[in-house]
Design a protein around this ligand. Structure first.
Ligand SMILES: [Zn+2]
Ligand SMILES: [Zn+2]
Length: 65
């Protein structure tokens, strides 16, 4: 049996990783998920990185606050 990790991660959209620090993001605990303004890819940001105002780099090359 082959497990398709891509399909699996796409299914569990609430199991996002913070794009800045890589931590798993739990939506509703001060964390957010937002679509990249450039490509629409949904990225997660944890509460800590939001507070610190860390930049993120989308895989499309977009850099956002
Ligand atoms: Zn983070
Ligand atoms: Zn993007």
């Amino acid at each position: 049996m082959v497990i398709d990790m891509e399909a699996q991660s796409a299914t569990y959209t609430d199991k996002l990783r913070c794009i800045s620090c890589g931590a798993y993001v739990t939506i509703g605990a001060g964390s957010v998920k937002l679509p990249c303004p450039e490509c629409g890819e949904v990225v997660g940001r944890c509460a800590r990185c939001r507070i610190l105002g860390k930049k993120y780099n989308c895989k499309c090359g977009y850099e956002g606050p």
